[in-house]
Write a protein that binds this ligand. Structure first.
Ligand code: ADP
Length: 453
């Protein structure tokens, strides 16, 4: 990432009183910003070199519980510290908070200072490094879809999550009038992110009442993941400042469509798009064909990283623009993989499997691993699917978290690419979600069985 705010400039802003707070953040397994608020004076006096966090932060769930079964940490091991090492290239203003800047950290072992392999930034760095060894850079873009609600998180929570009224009453796909009514939230989101050095392209209404999409210009994979995490955090905070909730849950109602995070992918070499071949009918190079064949072959292996919760799998429904089949197509939104920009230098593959609940570092790391495997194995790409993929043939996306966990655990490709420790760690994270859900009696069961069973 091109530096947005240099350390010398920060020192100046601290001394003239423009900045007094530094958010020192890690990105956790769920893709959230976790960390500490430093007094800026203390940060520039020394905390910029490193600080610490409890290692349970990378072995927990959405509720911040301490589940057992992780090799990296436990009650028995005493839940010690990791080093949080600020990455100066990520230092940037947080224009929606007064006097505040933010920096993202890499997470290191307390004693050896080696990167912790199952932390999201380390996982993506590793796959970007493997690709660099082959001579390529990954250029990626992640789309962020989410719902805005009339009330705030706190009001909705106090009401037992029952009053889920979206901010608008009808489908607002590309709808300028309806989205004008939401500009008190969406305009600050675009402008604050832009002023934080995040290259926002646009926002638009999406295909449901209250559904929004935020697009950020494609960039190197690591920058894209950083942008995504900061942008998602900003959307929640800015919506909160205006009395609204913003939800990135993949499917908040079975009667509505879900929210996605499509991932656009292309490989480049020396600033030139290596996916482009002017001599091919669709403009696809041999490299691109093998990469896409890898994405297709290994889609079940890495689906967990695109759909990490029980709820994520409720999104994969016929006729909702969320895919069900692992096939590729030319500009066809019914397939899991959609070829975009065919015949042009912008030729790229869009993976449509991921929900808005992805952790972008993990999603991109896993897809890069699959694409690299496709290149290394010299895989041939089958012809594209045509027509309605929901009605057609082809491989299926795992239908549940249990199936995705099994595919993850059994993936030799991911074990080789990421290491056993990492795969066992995330297979355990999937199990924790499954165990918790199996224990809880849901509203659905009570309403269905209470009288009638
Ligand atoms: P859609 O029809 O899916 O909305 P867009 O034209 O809006 O497609 O582009 C979606 C995303 O693709 C944008 O974030 C854009 O920056 C990104 N993108 C464009 N070119 C490339 C590329 N060569 N590689 C990766 N992403 C790209």
């Amino acid at each position: 990432m091109g530096q947005v705010l240099g350390f010398e400039a920060l020192k100046q802003q601290v001394s003239d009183g423009t900045v007094d707070t530094v958010l020192v953040c890690a990105v956790d397994m769920q893709g959230r910003l976790m960390g500490k608020r430093f007094h800026a004076g203390h940060f520039i006096a020394g905390a910029w070199e490193e600080t610490h966090c409890c290692n349970y932060l990378f072995a927990t769930d959405l509720e911040m519980a301490t589940p057992d079964g992780y090799a990296s940490t436990s009650w028995e091991k005493g839940y010690g510290d990791y080093v949080m090492k600020p990455d100066p290239d990520t230092l940037r203003p947080v224009p929606w908070l007064e006097g505040t800047v933010l920096v993202l950290c890499d997470i290191l072992d307390h004693h050896t200072h080696a990167e912790i392999p199952h932390t999201p930034r380390a996982m993506l760095k590793k796959q970007v490094g493997r690709l660099a060894a082959l001579g390529y850079d990954a250029m990626m873009a992640t789309e962020l879809e989410f719902f805005l609600f009339a009330r705030s998180f706190d009001e909705i929570s106090a009401g037992g999550f029952r009053d889920l009224t979206p901010i608008s009453a009808y489908n607002e796909d590309y709808h300028i009038f309806q989205t004008t009514k939401e500009e008190h939230v969406m305009r600050p989101i675009r402008n604050h992110l832009w002023n934080a050095g995040i290259p926002v392209e646009n926002t638009k209404g999406e295909a449901e009442a209250g559904q929004e999409e935020l697009n950020i210009k494609y960039a190197a994979a690591m920058d894209t993941a950083d942008y995504h995490s900061i942008a998602k955090h900003a959307v929640k905070e800015i919506a909160h400042q205006h009395g609204h909730a913003a939800s990135f849950m993949a499917k908040w109602s079975h009667e509505r469509v879900g929210s996605s995070s499509h991932v656009h992918q292309s490989l480049w070499q020396g600033g030139k798009p290596s996916f482009y071949d002017a001599g091919d009918d669709l403009g696809m190079s041999g490299l691109m064909k093998s990469y896409v064949a890898g994405l297709l072959k290994y889609a079940p292996d890495y689906t967990y990283f695109l759909a990490p919760y029980i709820n994520s799998y409720k999104r994969f429904m016929k006729g909702t623009f969320a895919p069900t089949r692992t096939v590729w197509s030319i500009d066809n939104r019914t397939a899991a993989f959609r070829l975009c920009g065919d015949g042009t230098r912008a030729v790229r593959i869009e993976c449509r499997i991921g929900g808005s609940d992805i952790n972008p570092y993990l999603a991109m790391a896993a897809m890069l691993a699959a694409g690299i495997a496709g290149i290394e194995e010299g895989l041939e790409l089958a012809p594209p699917m045509r027509g309605d993929a929901y009605a057609g043939e082809g491989g299926s996306i795992p239908g549940s978290l249990i199936a995705a966990r099994d595919a993850l655990k059994g993936s030799d490709m991911l074990r080789q690419a990421m290491g056993d420790e990492v795969i066992d760690h995330y297979a355990r994270a999937a199990e924790v979600e499954i165990e918790d859900f199996e224990r809880v009696v849901t509203d659905y069961e009570v309403a269905r069985n209470f009288e009638k069973a």
